[in-house]
Each structure stands twice: as structure tokens, then as C-alpha cells.
Design a protein. Structure first.
Length: 327
């Protein structure tokens, strides 16, 4: 069975974009691949974050994974910081990368552009991709499910793996990125030109654990256009196209089916339908999250996951150390 790996940073509240673009896909993947899913808490340190907030976000993230249907008997679920080999291989990958290729990363450019006006730029943002490469290469992952914004980092990981293999002999599997066909990019409701993310405007972002009355209000206030025609056209109708993508991802209906179903319905009716589907989905998710957090299963699952992940990581890092002369 081929191996797949993915991780999500516990920074900010999880969004509907995270749910559709990543977590929801894992439920399907866990029956097709040997899955390793980790909480990327070391990556959360690239920008300042309060310790209490990090702990809460981590607990919420794990709870959501489990509530969505990730099965610990099928999936190895663990915290990145519980496996010290991530940081060690991250340093080795940084030593095998070039400043030029890291400075060309789109996310680095975007984040530094936002930060530069307000203060100094943390080094962690610059070397983030080398730690991500280590995350992937430690486990001989064949496939990495990524959103469009992270595909460039997987391409860098491939380059680093090939470079290391060529220099030291065959060591790493060169991974392949997988981008979900539907819902790979959910846009902000207030600015559909931008991705829905934890760092975007709260008005345009739907959070998985927020009050559902607020969720409904945000959807009903989503930016659209003036012609009242329900049609998929990301260039000219990004707002309606985004809502169609959300509805398609949650109902399993194709966008063409939804366009036919709501032909002539008007934006108000269509937005209400989207709000009903989203709120029903999140209500059930929130109920399960509450049950999980009131139980004592999280600590046990993470402990078992860390044991399995550490076994694989130790074997790979030991091999790397031998190749480079540290052992």
C-alpha cells in the first residue's frame, strides 16, 4: 500500500477551507493509503503565538480530525513536536538548500510583504519549506495532498530529495503532490479573489467551531455581483463560483447539477441553501467535537501515534546520518 502524509498548523481557528480542502479528503484517503497525519506545531512557531492559544488550537485540531472520521486504527495521528527527528532532518535539509530557491517561495514573498511594514521578519518563515521537506522525507511518503498554495513547497521537497540522492546515493523517495479536484481552494466570502484562510478577514472566513448564527450571517452577506445569475465563472463571478464550489464539496453534487437546480432561483434563495447545508454539516461536527473533548481519548491517541511515527523517523534519520558521516 502506498504511503500518504499530511499536516495542518494549529494556528488560528480551523476554517471551512481547511475542512473541504484537506481534512474532508483524508476520510477518503485513509482507506486507499497508509496514512500519517500530524499536527504541525513546530511550523506554528514561525510567527509569535501565545502558549495557551497553541495548546487550545492543537486540541481543537485533533478533535476535529477525529470528529470528521479519521480512524486512529487506520491513520497514524501525532504531534510533530513529539518526534524530534523532524527538527533534526529539517536542519540537514536547510544545509542542502539554497537561499535563492527559498527566497523564491511564493508564501515567503507574500508573508514578508505583509510583515515588513510592521517589524522584523522571523527566520522561521524563510526556512519553513526545509522543515516541511523533512516532514515529508522522514516517512518515505509517496503522496502529499496539498492545496494550490502549498504545491510549490512539495516541488522544493522533490528537488531536495533528488539533490540529496544524487550526492549521497539513493536515500529518499521523491514524493508526488496530490491536489483535490473539488474544493482545492475555497475563497474568502468577503473577497473571493483571495483564499479563505485563518489570517484573512473574519467576515469572509467560516470557522468550523464558531456560533452557527454567525456562520449563517456571513454566508448571507457573501460578496456576489449584480446580475443575479447563478453561474460558475471564476473570472467574472468569483463570489457565486465560490459558493457553488462550497455547496458542491459538501453535497457531492457536481457544479453543473447545482447550476441547473438553482437556475432562476436568485441569489437570496441560493445563499440560504448554501447556509442550510453548511450549518447542518457544522452542527454535527461541533456535536462530535464536544463529545471527544469531554472524553480522555486524545492523549492516548497521540501517544500511540508518536510511537509509530518515531519508529519510522528513527530508521530514516539513522540512514541519513550514516550517509552524511555523522554516524
Amino acid at each position: 500500500m502506498k504511503r500518504m502524509l499530511s499536516g495542518i498548523k494549529p494556528t488560528g481557528q480551523l476554517t471551512l477551507g481547511n475542512y473541504i480542502g484537506a481534512i474532508k479528503q483524508f476520510i477518503e484517503y485513509q482507506d486507499e493509503y497508509e496514512m500519517l497525519v500530524f499536527i504541525a506545531d513546530l511550523h506554528a512557531l514561525t510567527l509569535p503565538i501565545d502558549a495557551k492559544e497553541l495548546r487550545k488550537n492543537t486540541k481543537d485540531l485533533i478533535s476535529v480530525y477525529l470528529a470528521c472520521g479519521l480512524n486512529p486504527e487506520k491513520v497514524t495521528l501525532f504531534k510533530q513536536s513529539d518526534v524530534h527527528e523532524h527538527a533534526e532532518l529539517g536542519y540537514i535539509m536547510a544545509c542542502n538548500s539554497y537561499m535563492g530557491e527559498l527566497s523564491r517561495m511564493t508564501q515567503y514573498k507574500d508573508k514578508t510583504a505583509r510583515i515588513s511594514d510592521h517589524g522584523s521578519i522571523p527566520t522561521g518563515i524563510f526556512i519553513y519549506p526545509t522543515l516541511m521537506a523533512a516532514d515529508i522525507l522522514l516517512y518515505d511518503a509517496d503522496y502529499i495532498p496539498v492545496g494550490l498554495d502549498q504545491k510549490q513547497h512539495v516541488e522544493l521537497t522533490r528537488d531536495l530529495a533528488i539533490r540529496f540522492n544524487n550526492h549521497y546515493s539513493e536515500t529518499f523517495i521523491v514524493p508526488e503532490p496530490i491536489t483535490p479536484k473539488t474544493g482545492a481552494k475555497i475563497s474568502s466570502l468577503s473577497n473571493p479573489e483571495k483564499k479563505m484562510s485563518k489570517s484573512e478577514s473574519e467576515k469572509g472566513t467560516l470557522y468550523l467551531l464558531e456560533d452557527l448564527a454567525i456562520t449563517r450571517k456571513k454566508i448571507m452577506s457573501a460578496v456576489t455581483d449584480c446580475d443575479n445569475e447563478i453561474k460558475y465563472d471564476m473570472e467574472h463571478k468569483p463570489g457565486i463560483s465560490n459558493l457553488l464550489t462550497i455547496l458542491s464539496s459538501l453535497t457531492g453534487k457536481s457544479i453543473d447539477e447545482l447550476v441547473q437546480e438553482y437556475q432562476g432561483a436568485g441569489y437570496g434563495t441560493f445563499k440560504k441553501a448554501v447556509a442550510d447545508v453548511v450549518c447542518n454539516e457544522l452542527a454535527e461536527l461541533q456535536r462530535k467535537v464536544k463529545e471527544i473533548q469531554e472524553s480522555n481519548i486524545i492523549e492516548n491517541i497521540l501517544e500511540e501515534g508518536a510511537k509509530k511515527a518515531s519508529y519510522l523517523a528513527r530508521k530514516k534519520l539513522s540512514k541519513v546520518y550514516r550517509k552524511i558521516g555523522l554516524q
